[in-house]
Each structure stands twice: as C-alpha cells, then as structure tokens.
Design a protein around this ligand. Structure first.
Ligand code: ZN
Length: 489
C-alpha cells in the first residue's frame, strides 16, 4: 500500500498557500491599499477564504487524513495528523448557514460597536452582542463540549486548555496582583510630555532593535500601520508593522519589540516543516508569550536600556537632553491604575484580562445578562483596580473583541505573560543570568535558545505540553509573580 502522506501533505500545502495569500491581502489592506479598493478587497478576501474552507472540508482530505492516521508511525507524523484533524473537525462541525449568520452578525457587531462608542452608549451595541452570544452558543454546541460552552470557544485559541484550569490559574494570579497593585501603583510624573521624537529617528531605531533581536530582513520586513500586527505569507516572508507617534516613542519602540517577538516565532519554524501542519504555533497564548517576553522581560529591563538608552539618546538628542537613564527607566516601568487595557503596564495588565475573562464566561453561560454587563464591568474595575470608568467608551466598549464575537480570546494575553515569565526563567536556568548579555546589547543567546526550544518545535506539542517540556512545569502564575516581585518590590 502506498503511503497517504505525500497526497495529504500536498493538500495541506495548498491550504497553506491559500492562507498565505489571505495574509498578503490583509497585510496590504492595513498598509498600502488605496482607500477606494476597500470593497473590492473585501470581496477578494471572502473568495479566498471561501476556497480555503471548501478545500479544508473536502471529503477527499478527510479520507486522506483517515488513512494518514492509520499509517502514521513517527511522533512527528502523528502530531501532523492530530493538528490537521483538529483544524478540519472544527470546520466540518459548524453548519454553513451558522458560519454565514456569524459572519453577518460580526460585521453588524463591529458597526454597532463603533456607533455605540461614538455615542458613548452601551445600549446601542447591546442587541448586536445579544445576537453574537446566541450564535456563539450555537457554535459551541455544534463544536461539542463536556458541559461548558466556553471550553469549545477557548479551544479555537488555546487548543487543549480547559476553562477550569484556566480560571484556577487566573484566580491565583488575581489574588497575587490586587495587593501588589495597591502597593506599587503611583501616578508617576510624565517627563517626556511636550518633547518631539523625530519619525525618522524612531523608525531607524526600531529597525536596529529588530536586527539585534535576530529578525531576518531577507525573510521579512517592517512597515507602518494604524494597528500594529504580525502577518505575512510564509516563514520566509514575515510582515511586521509598527506605529510612530512623534510625541511619544513608546508605541514604536515597544510595538516593534513586541511584533518582533511574534516575527521571530514565525521565522523560526523548522525548514523541514514548511508547508506542513507542524509549521505553526500551538496556541495564541504561546505566540503571545514570545512577544511579551521580548517586550517586557527584555525590553523593559534595566540591563537592556543600559546598552540601548545612550544609542537612542544619540538618535533623539533634543528630546532626551537632560533625561537620565534612571528617569527613562522610571517612564518605561510606570505602574498605574488605568481604565484602558492597551495602555496598561505589565503589573496591572493581567487584571484587565481577568475582568474580561470572568465577564465573558458569565455572559456565555447566561449567569450575567447583556443589560447587566456595563454595571458588572464598573463594579469589577472597582474591585480589581480601584477605579471606575466615567462612561462606557472607556469601560465596556473599549475593545473590539466582543464586537467581533470573540469570546475566549482575551485570556490568551494573560497566558502569554505567564508563559513568557516561565520561559525566561528556564532560559536563565540553562544559560545563566541574561543581564550581562543584555548589557552588551547581545540578544542572540536568548534568541537562539528560544529558536531551538520553542520556535523550531512548531506545533509538535500542545502549548502547555511544550511549556512543560521546556520549563519543567505546565501553566503556572508563580514565575510571573516572582518576576514582578524581583523587579518592583
Ligand atoms: Zn501580540
């Protein structure tokens, strides 16, 4: 009997090709596309995505997968079949009319959310949210679960993770964070207000940082976009974007380091895995661990800036005249109670995530009504951070995720923070203290360690299994809390 693997892999490569072109089209949409192309592009993307779905649910692929499962011998072959089956099964289980209804409710949801933000009134968005919740419950039931619908949705972002385990970890994290925020949060003086950081200087500096991190510009590039992201078409074609604000260098600096962390993951898959189901990250949280590790554990550390601050000062001599390294670090590491998640520092950030995760679980389970959501939000903000939003725009309407019907996505940000701290500790266990390297601007030892232990593994293991193999422990908040204590206490 001939091996089914070549035929299965050829089919999978086609899917990767289509996904790559969707990546190219959406990157273009966010960077260089002329405004009048918007509706044509939306149609082109829908056609490509339709083709992708058609090829994925094609019964021929199902038969090939079935045969590959029987023929799989090596661990890699078994992993390949497992990963491909996971993705295909999710696509097959949801009926086409539900997919259409969801797509429709999502675009309506985003529209209503924008209008509601404009009016600063949650009730404008409430009917859309109601509808999205109803459809997501149907989708969760179609996908299948063991009594907890949230698990079925979480699975899309964190395959293998169950919400009981997630919530237990987040509860322990919450308990550790609330008193620490009370202790550490101070309204720090802003030293950089009114200063001008030239665009060119910021741009050049982000390129330098990415290069030092090991990002390969022969296999990727950086451009500008309103909302920074990492995309692209292939591990040899990774597209990063950043945003430059002349009055504040942090979005460009930390945005570039963050996306660079994602980019290294995408460029780091093993060449032998290209085009297969293994050339992928095992979860959103694991992907985010790489961006957060670089952004926070490296990019907000004192040793890192001991090397890079004088260089950045040289790039922006007027803006940084008279600002010492210590003052710069105090700006980089401010801990403050803020209303808006995307502005939050690394100490308070996870509390914003815990709030959203608890509320969306309650919404999905029907334990919290849509009408009750804004009030529950304000109360939770008060409990967790000790502040209350003035209006819904800075409260329950601040993120686009629920407008898009994404439930189960938020926790991946917190998982990224926790996994990042676990991995950084494991890297220091293996390599010794990293500070001396960072002080020299030598980011390669860490990059090579991540590349070998994380990136090149691709999707061989579920996220938590990989973390356990690399660090000796599964999902755990302790390394993160230890990291915070060492830095802020
Ligand atoms: Zn990210």
């Amino acid at each position: 009997m001939t091996s089914p693997f070549p035929a299965f892999r050829a089919r999978w490569r086609e899917l990767k090709d289509l996904a790559g072109l969707v990546g190219l089209a959406s990157w273009d949409q966010e960077t260089y596309m002329p405004p009048q192309a918007a509706s044509a592009r939306a149609g082109q993307m829908a056609t490509l995505q339709g083709l992708y779905h058609e090829r994925l649910v094609d019964p021929v692929l199902g038969q090939l997968l079935e045969r590959a499962r029987e023929a799989a011998q090596t661990d890699d072959e078994k992993a390949e079949v497992r990963v491909a089956t996971l993705e295909r099964d999710r696509a097959v289980r949801v009926p086409a009319d539900l997919v259409r209804a969801l797509a429709d409710a999502q675009s309506r949801g985003v529209e209503q959310w924008k209008a509601a933000r404009e009016a600063k009134r949650f009730d404008v968005f409430a009917p859309s949210l109601q509808k999205l919740l109803k459809l997501r419950r149907e989708q969760a039931d179609a996908l299948g679960h063991e009594g907890n619908r949230y698990d079925a949705l979480l699975e899309a972002y964190e395959p293998g993770l169950r919400s009981d385990r997630l919530m237990k970890t987040l509860a322990a994290l919450r308990e550790a964070l609330v008193p620490r925020v009370q202790k550490w949060a101070t309204p720090a003086p802003t030293l950089l207000d009114g200063r001008k950081f030239p665009k060119d200087a910021q741009w050049r500096f982000t390129l330098r940082l990415l290069k030092d991190m090991g990002f390969d510009f022969e296999a990727g590039r950086q451009d500008l976009s309103t909302h920074p992201f990492t995309g692209g078409t292939h591990p040899k074609d990774v597209r990063l974007t950043t945003r430059i604000d002349e009055t504040n260098p942090f979005p460009a600096l930390f945005g570039a380091i963050h996306e660079g962390g994602h980019g290294l993951f995408e460029q780091g898959f093993a060449e032998a895995d290209f085009g297969t189901a293994l050339a992928a990250a095992p979860s959103m949280g694991l992907h985010e661990s790489q961006s957060r590790l670089w952004e926070n554990l490296v990019g907000r550390s004192a040793p890192f800036w001991e090397h890079y601050y004088p260089l950045f000062q040289k790039e922006c001599p007027d803006a940084l005249a008279g600002v010492s390294l210590e003052q710069w670090l105090s700006q980089v590491n401010r801990v403050e109670r803020t209303l808006v998640r995307v502005d939050a520092d690394e100490v308070t950030y996870n509390l914003h995530i815990i709030l959203r995760t608890e509320l969306e679980r309650a919404l999905l389970a029907g334990d919290l009504s849509v009408e009750g959501l804004p009030g529950a939000w304000r109360e939770a903000m008060d409990k967790l951070l000790g502040i209350r939003p003035q209006d819904d725009k800075d409260g329950v309407l601040q993120d686009i995720h629920w407008a898009w019907g994404e439930f189960g996505y938020f926790p991946t940000y917190a998982l990224g923070n926790l996994y990042a701290a676990q991995m950084y500790a494991a890297a220091e266990r293996d390599l010794g203290p990293l500070a001396p390297h960072l002080r020299r601007g030598d980011l390669r030892p860490l990059q090579q360690w991540l590349s070998k232990n994380v990136h090149a593994q691709g999707y061989r293991y579920p996220a938590e299994t990989l973390v356990e193999r690399v660090t000796g422990k599964g999902l755990d908040q302790e390394a993160f809390v230890r990291y915070l204590d060492a830095k802020f206490d």
